[in-house]
Design a protein around this ligand. Sequence first.
Ligand code: BTN
Length: 255
Amino acid sequence: MAGLDAKRIGQNVIAYDEVISTQPLAHEAAAKGAVEGTIVLAELQTGGKGRLGRPWHSPKGTGIWMSLIIRPAIPLPKTPQMTLLTAVAVAKTIREETGLPVKIKWPNDIFIGDKKVCGILTELNAESDRVNYLVIGIGLNANSVESDFPSDLAQIATSLRIESGEPLKRVSFIQRLCRIFEEEYDHYLQAGFERVKQEWENHSYTIGKWVTLQTISQQLEGRAVGLDEEGVLMVKDQAGQIHKVYSADVNYRAN
Ligand code: BTN
């Protein structure tokens, strides 16, 4: 692929035609010392990985299948904030490149209307309490048409091309994403999480909705009211009690 004309994020690009998944290749590159901002891209993934062990449908040439390596000097408990920051950067890039009204569904799915257009999978490499690096996988349905999705996915997934009616220029999109990510990331490293939190809430599909959450230990129902100062989702139940939710599968109710 042609150079991305990038500063730090996107300064090094490793591009493949076909891989099983860009995630392990990014881990391998990071372990060998790849610089922060390295991105691993593929035209086709035969074994794309989604969250919670799910597969990620990644057909040839229709998407942006990429893994970004970052090396933030932050404490381990703050690393989930990097996923929220990535979701903000992707949402802003989609808005700027296409004008489409994107929303972020907690924790990190990007939606247009009621369909998912992009997913984010963050994997951490750490030793005791020190972060070595993060591999942030971004799967964006860019130029897929309806017939590219298997029938089960067609009900719940969409692409930028389907929504805008225009093909997406993928290189230009990745360049803008790298610029926006870098700007968000630098601001975060200097000034902290507050701006990401506000931008995430502004783009949120989840805040204000009634949700049913299945965590490892319990089922919880209530209204999603915001993120706390660390980025943890706060849900208010019918008794008015606030619950902090770190990780869960979420279902939404109409009211
Ligand atoms: C999800 O919503 O479940 C996360 C999907 C993440 C998919 C991307 S595509 C690039 C990278 N390589 C993978 O195998 N997965 C991530």
